[in-house]
Design a protein around this ligand. Structure first.
Ligand code: SF4
Length: 390
């Protein structure tokens, strides 16, 4: 491996892979386990942290955010969460104002655990609400209902969390626009600092993909998908939320620092089964890795000497620049020319104009001294426009 350096803020992702039930649409690395071996899992996480703490390029770096994602992190005992946060501070430099998020499934909320997470240092909750309609939640195979989702939000507030995200999903089979707006407006009325609103996608290798292939579900056509997208943005903007990424909306100053770090191509360490990490190389490329995915194999392998890496991949500077451009185009700020020049030593418009000029000429992109950004007309085509730079 060539000599490496970490650049910019460093983020830590901690994967908790266990779930009570595997939802049919889910393509995350999540596994149904009745009684996870939390002690062994914690041991693996701490071993990995020890490994990275003495390994270039992450040794002695400042960690700016931690994100406990899953799976279902709200199944984890607070003592596990506390031990990872403590070790991050002991082994690295954990910034005093680090954003520390934990994903919570409303079907697993325990007020005592919420209090434990907060005392451990978690300062942001991301609640997987998905819908506030019980029929839709049943179709999604979620283990919670509308009442539990709302109760989870209130439990978070009562515990003292002042930074809460709600994850929502639209575009379910035969879902009328109005049914989605009912969920969205109820979520807005709760007053979270942040909302993530994604359209349901049928991911390959899921049970949903298998059933959809044999008997297709009535998913929204392009016109209806556009209505979902545009009206969601309108309603959130009217309610005072700023769109800082294509599917993510926040109160001013409450963007998710961790996820925004991915879109800004920052470096990150990933620990836990199936977690991935990435760092820049001095020649402008990147190296990334991903861990063993099966929890039991991960627990048997992760150690301070051997880590738990399953795959490694290098991208040269050209491929890294393309990937950074693809990610940045999803942000409202777009590709920021000064940052791109700093990182890749070339001008972003000169670099991407071949691929992006046709979109620019069609009015889908704004290009000025600051950067390259999607216009209102370009936003619904974000995936296609961003993919054209890859
Ligand atoms: S709760 Fe979340 S992570 Fe677990 S199976 Fe369902 S969608 Fe996947």
């Amino acid at each position: 491996m060539p000599p490496l350096r970490a650049s910019g803020p460093l983020h830590l992702y901690v994967h908790i892979p266990f779930c009570i039930h595997k939802c049919h649409y889910c393509d995350f690395n999540s596994h149904e386990r009745e009684k996870p071996d939390w002690q062994a899992y914690q041991h693996g996480l701490l071993a990995e942290l020890k490994y990275w703490a003495v390994t270039v390029p992450f040794a002695n770096q400042h960690i700016n955010s931690i994100f406990f994602g899953g799976g279902t992190p709200s199944l984890a005992p607070p003592s596990l969460i506390a031990s990872v946060i403590r070790a991050s501070g002991d082994l690295f430099h954990l910034d005093d104002d680090a954003e520390i998020t934990l994903e919570a499934n409303p079907g697993t909320v325990d007020a005592g655990n919420f209090e434990g997470y907060r005392q451990a240092g978690v300062n942001r909750l991301s609640i997987g609400v998905q819908s506030l309609n019980d029929t839709e939640l049943g179709w999604l195979e979620r283990i919670h209902n509308r009442r539990q989702a709302i109760a989870a939000y209130h439990a978070g507030r009562e515990t003292g969390f002042d930074n809460i995200n709600l994850d929502l999903m639209y575009g379910l089979p035969d879902q009328p626009l109005q049914a989605w707006f009912d969920s969205l407006q109820t979520a807005i009325s709760l007053g979270p600092e942040h909302l993530s609103c994604y359209q349901l996608t049928v991911e390959p290798h899921t049970r949903l993909a298998t059933s959809h292939a044999s008997r297709p579900y009535p998913l929204p056509d392009d016109d209806l998908a556009l209505s979902f997208f545009q009206q969601t943005r309108q309603q959130l903007q009217q309610a005072g939320y700023q769109a800082y990424e294509i599917s993510n909306f926040s109160r001013p100053g409450r963007a998710c620092r961790h996820n925004d770090g991915y879109w800004q191509y920052h470096d990150y360490i990933g620990i836990g089964a199936g977690a991935a990490g990435k760092c820049n190389t001095p020649d402008g490329g990147i190296i990334r890795y991903s861990n063993i995915r099966t929890p039991e194999r991960y627990m048997a392998t992760a150690s301070a000497e051997a880590c738990a890496i399953n795959t490694r991949e290098s991208l040269d500077s050209q491929k890294a620049a393309a990937e950074a451009g693809w990610l940045a185009l999803r942000r409202t700020a777009g590709i920021e020319r000064s940052l791109f020049r700093q990182r890749f030593h070339r001008d972003a418009w000169q670099y991407f104009s071949n691929q992006l000029d046709p979109w620019h000429k069609q009015g889908m992109l704004n290009v000025d001294d600051r950067g390259i950004r999607l216009t209102e007309n370009g936003l619904p085509l974000a995936d296609a426009i961003a993919a054209s730079v890859l």
